[in-house]
Design a binder for this molecule. Structure first.
Ligand SMILES: *Cc1c(COP(=O)(O)O)cnc(C)c1O
Length: 377
């Protein structure tokens, strides 16, 4: 396994964590190509999580934007988003590593819920760290985690938000490295996490390729996905990076690490991030909680540098418009995160021709966002 994605990635962590990362890398490298592991992963994705998810042709969007538009339906995965692909994969890996416990941090609570589901399913003790401020705003997700049997630890240090929860979770991990797996929520963090999470999420792109070949007998011309830490985007892009397909990642305007950030280290790896000239992490702001993160996975920074993937932004208003458009047009309420990807369509409309095939990764469903959107009216 490579430690780096060109100049990005690496292991920027306190010394005591290095052996645990090395153990993880060794175990994962061994297990990754085992048919037994892959077979178990496939089975749990099918029988429990509901894979494969459909690739739905959108008649209305196709008419409106003058091309062929398909939606990859991660909104239909158990839990309502792509996150479970990763949490189930890592929980299975933890089992194989004979760990008894998983710990994770969570911001808005989506990753905490997905981790708690995987922990319950795989009979792993689950402990979640969540900033007290986030907890107060996301009471239902806090209840969900407890309902699923997880122990939820409110974090009161620092600003009592996501980055403080990460610090506390790391501190707790160091105390119990022997029997605990740290279950990271996106293609971020120190090596080997970005590669492991990408491998588990790449099931999205593998299915998409098969499905579009069946439906159109061709590869797509473009794929568009929203980017927070970058896992749903890498998940659908990875199968196509060496193919002639335009790939576009859409960041939230208020937390656009690639578009507006600079090189630095955050949460254990070198990547692009939003920081002040003194290296302080900037406050981010987005209507989509899942995109509200000041960093991005190192592999994205590499593809940006290589100009293999294009990165653009969408603002809150554009995302809201797309949220309403898809709800009315297709009867599908998209997550506000995924709405950022949809918001790219009107912007590229003039470059599209009727035969062009465009796939949007619908990373999650928007039921969780309906209250917030309704409060804006
Ligand atoms: C968490 C989340 C995201 C952002 O995470 P990535 O790692 O960038 O995929 C996007 N969409 C939905 C629906 C999410 O829940």
């Amino acid at each position: 396994m490579k430690d780096r994605f060109d100049e990005f990635g690496g292991k920027f962590v306190p010394e005591p964590i290095i052996p645990a990362l090395e153990e993880l890398e060794k175990e994962y490298t061994e297990i990754k190509n085992s048919t037994e592991f892959q077979e178990q992963f496939r089975e749990i994705l099918e029988e429990y999580a509901g894979r494969p998810t459909p690739l739905t042709y959108s008649e209305k969007l196709s008419q409106k934007f003058g091309c062929k538009i398909y939606l990859k339906r991660e909104d239909l995965l158990h839990g309502g988003a792509h996150k479970l692909n990763n949490t189930l994969g890592q929980a299975l890996l933890a089992k194989h590593m004979e760990k008894e416990k998983i710990i994770a941090e969570t911001g808005a609570g989506q990753h905490g819920v997905a981790t708690s589901m995987a922990g319950a399913k795989m009979e792993l003790e689950t402990e979640i760290f969540m900033g007290k401020k986030d907890l107060e705003r996301q009471k239902l997700n806090a209840y969900r985690m407890r309902l699923l049997g997880a122990k939820l630890n409110p974090v009161t240090t620092g600003e009592a938000k996501l980055k403080d929860a990460v610090n506390e979770a790391l501190r707790a991990w160091v105390k119990e490295l022997e029997n605990t797996h740290y279950l990271i929520g996106s293609v971020v963090g120190p090596s080997p996490f970005p590669e492991i999470v990408r491998d588990f999420q790449s099931v999205i792109g593998k299915e998409t390729k098969k499905q579009i070949q069946q439906k159109e007998n061709s590869l797509p011309d473009r794929i568009i996905a929203c980017v927070g830490g970058g896992s749903n985007a890498i998940g659908i892009f990875h199968e196509f990076v060496d193919k002639d397909v335009k790939l576009t990642g859409i960041e939230a305007e208020g937390s656009a690490s690639i578009t507006n950030g600079s090189k630095g280290t955050l949460h254990g790896s070198m990547s692009k991030l939003l920081q002040t000239e003194e290296g302080q992490i900037k406050e981010t702001e987005s209507i989509a909680a899942g995109l509200d993160y000041p960093g991005i996975g190192p592999e994205h920074s590499m593809y940006n540098q290589k100009e293999r993937i294009n990165y653009k932004t969408a603002n809150d208003e554009e995302a809201l418009e797309a949220f309403k458009l898809l709800s009315k047009a297709e009867g599908i309420i998209p997550a506000l995160e995924s709405s950022h990807a949809l918001a790219q369509l009107p912007k590229i409309q003039n470059d599209l021709s009727p035969d062009d095939i465009v796939i949007i990764n619908l990373s999650g469903r928007g039921d969780k966002d309906v209250r917030e959107v309704s409060n804006l009216e």
